[in-house]
Design a protein around this ligand. Structure first.
Ligand code: SD4
Length: 318
């Protein structure tokens, strides 16, 4: 049995590539890297890799992580600039004995030394978004940005090995050096091949408060189905945050256990995800939270078409 699950519709093409690898007895380690690289390369996704939106200084700072569920190896990078494939750097770091998590200049030095592909990750389109947002902030005093779209994946291969990976440009207009949950073990991702894995997307500052990915794996280890584990973890964190702080940021998660069963939960409307397995070709689903129960439905052709049109439509500087 193989399977792979990922946050957001943007993972679809990457998941299709992963499917080829996994069907042909490729490893979860290769499949997840290829799938995430695909998302990093696509210029129209505004929150991952090339084309990702910049921080308040108009610099694209990227976070990524990779985890091997057999060995529990973890590699992560934070706030790295101008490298094409953060996921691959994170994966390589996972194989080091120490220095598994590097940030900023240290991460760039390592990536350069290891000959990872350099690339200017700030696109003209991202600059237009930046200038427009700056103008809106000046004119309307609105908060920088509360949207998001990190790609996170959990993968199981035919040998039973599991991996997890994340890649993101984080929050638009974030402060220089700000790192979210995505490179943080237990918050943005966690995987244990003996149990399963989970990954999160949303407001990093809140996701960290519940170590939500670890919590989901812990619940699965207690015997919960991934769907139940995801719903419990999202509901509890959402409730705790609201009780203690008056509000909760966006929280969305996907999970898969080592049998290829999967689950998903969110506290927002409009969360999408992609899943594929030995018994299911890649499908995009949309999720709704109805009183704590997360209902998912297959995305319609119309929705899929509108999604892509919205991503690639021309934008103008205001
Ligand atoms: C972050 N969690 O940096 C990321 C952003 C995100 O979906 O998920 N976007 O806080």
């Amino acid at each position: 049995m193989w399977g792979i699950i990922a946050t957001w519709r943007m993972a679809l093409e990457g998941i299709e590539e992963a499917q080829d690898i996994l069907e042909n007895q490729g490893s979860a380690s290769e499949a997840i890297e290829v799938a995430i690289q695909n998302v990093e390369d696509f210029p129209y996704y505004k929150s991952v890799g090339y084309g990702g939106l910049p921080n308040e200084n108009m610099e694209v700072e990227l976070d990524a992580a990779y985890m091997d569920g057999d060995t529990l190896d973890i590699g992560a990078i934070g706030a790295i600039k101008d490298f094409a494939h953060p996921i691959s750097i994170a994966k390589q770091l996972s194989k080091e004995k120490v220095n598994n998590m590097l940030v900023g200049q240290g991460a760039e030095k390592y990536a350069d030394h290891e000959n990872f592909e350099k690339k200017i990750m700030l696109t003209d389109r991202a600059k237009i978004h930046y200038y427009n947002r700056k103008k809106e902030i000046e004119e309307q005093q609105i908060k920088p940005y509360d949207g998001h779209d990190t790609v996170g994946m959990v993968c199981l291969d035919n040998s039973g090995k599991m991996t997890a990976g994340t890649s993101t440009s984080g929050l638009f207009m974030k402060k220089q050096g700000r790192i979210g949950d995505s490179p943080l073990s237990g918050s943005g991702f966690y995987v244990d091949s003996k149990v399963g894995g989970a990954t999160a997307t949303g407001l990093g500052e809140d996701l960290m408060k519940g170590c939500i990915s670890y919590e989901i794996v812990r619940l699965m280890k207690e015997g919960k189905h991934p769907q139940e584990a995801c719903e419990i973890a999202v509901c509890q964190l959402d409730k705790e945050l609201k009780e203690r702080r008056g509000q909760a940021g966006d929280i969305s998660v996907v999970a898969m256990n080592n049998q290829g069963e999967w689950g998903v939960a969110t506290n927002i409307d409009g969360f999408s995800f992609v899943v594929a397995s030995a018994i299911q070709s890649p499908i995009v689903y949309l999720v709704k939270n109805i009183n704590g129960k997360c209902i998912h439905e297959v995305a319609s052709e119309k929705w899929l078409e509108e999604y892509i049109q919205e991503r690639i439509k021309p934008i103008v500087q205001k």
